[in-house]
Design a protein around this ligand. Structure first.
Ligand SMILES: [Cu+2]
Length: 325
């Protein structure tokens, strides 16, 4: 019996390591607008299989320009300059080269600790909406991890950045509102008592992504307020109702514990960067082009199940097709 337990112990230890390794190096900022200048925060949640990290290198993809890394106390900063495939118009000055790689080295980040590595950069105005892969190499006292695999590739997943369409000149730099990405629509309009729900969509997720947002427009034509108090789906272990709010200069989401109020006679829009229903503990990735059923629970109107169209990872809204207005 004791022999059996000894054999089991390493297996259990291995399983726990595998669970911890699910946390990946990621970029905090989820969506950046073409033509904007943005802060990019690399999050390093663990070392290399227990070993402390001493070096972090990020390779900036084509389309990311004029990068300026933030120095970190206790770490040496080095950059590699290289040519841009497409020159960048930096406020009237053509830049043909710039920082393509940033390395923070000589630090000491224990496996049990967490740290962030920051830079500021511009996204080219002509970068097409889509996913930019931002490879990171993490070097530890023992071993290293190449966070370099694109979605569907073998290996550790690279951090990614979703580029959304520029909102045009009138909103200034850094805004991601009003982006024009559209989703293959289900065109489902669902009514439930006085409520009309339209344009329900979500976004494709990367493999192993734990969460996703669900978005829609809800109109309450009645003369009393209602409230969205719950949601559920077969693809999520559980769901919550969230809002986005500024925390300092960082946008964060938080749960609306009392639900989302739907005032009488008004329309409330759940959209990226605002209110959303949150798929937690995703059972599988959401795949572009699919639909998933979600059941919404309202305080007064009761329950309704409706399909959400899964759009691109950076989808900003529900539409009737590309380029139509
Ligand atoms: Cu959320």
């Amino acid at each position: 019996m004791s022999k059996f337990l000894k054999t089991l112990a390493p297996a259990i230890g291995l399983a726990m390591t595998a669970t911890v390794a699910q946390a990946h190096v990621t970029i905090e900022q989820q969506n950046v607008a073409a033509g904007s200048t943005t802060k990019l925060t690399l999050r390093v949640p663990h070392g290399c299989d227990g070993s402390a990290t001493h070096t972090v290198t990020v390779t900036l993809p084509e389309g990311i320009y004029a990068a300026k890394p933030m120095p970190k106390p206790g770490w040496e900063l080095a950059t590699t300059i290289g040519a841009y495939e497409t020159p960048f118009d930096n406020h009237g000055t053509e830049m043909t080269e710039g920082v393509r790689e940033v390395t923070w080295s000589g630090g000491h980040l224990e496996d049990a600790w967490y740290d962030e590595f920051t830079l500021r950069a511009s996204v080219g105005p002509n970068v097409a909406p889509g996913t930019l892969v931002v490879p990171v190499t993490q070097i530890c006292d023992e071993g290293s991890i190449a966070w370099s695999a694109a979605a569907g590739e073998e290996g550790e997943p690279a951090p990614t950045l979703a580029v959304v369409a520029s909102s045009g000149g009138d909103h200034g730099h850094g805004h991601t509102h009003g982006a024009a990405m559209e989703v293959p629509a289900t065109d489902a309009t669902v009514t439930l008592g006085d409520l009309t729900i339209e344009g329900a969509f979500s976004r494709a997720t990367l493999p192993n992504a734990p969460v996703a947002g669900g978005f829609m427009t809800i109109t309450n034509a009645g003369d009393s307020d209602d409230r969205l108090i719950g949601a559920s789906s077969a693809v999520a272990g559980r769901m919550e109702i969230h809002e986005m709010a500024m925390d300092g200069d960082v946008m964060r989401m938080r749960e609306l514990a009392d639900g989302l109020v739907l005032p009488a006679g008004e329309t409330v829009t759940l959209k990226p960067g605002g209110y959303h229903v949150m798929f937690m503990d995703l059972a599988r990735p959401l795949v572009e082009g699919e639909t998933v059923d979600v059941t919404l629970t309202f305080e007064k109107a009761g329950d309704v199940t409706l399909p959400l169209a899964i759009g691109a990872p950076n989808a900003e809204g529900h539409g009737n097709g590309h380029g139509q207005h």
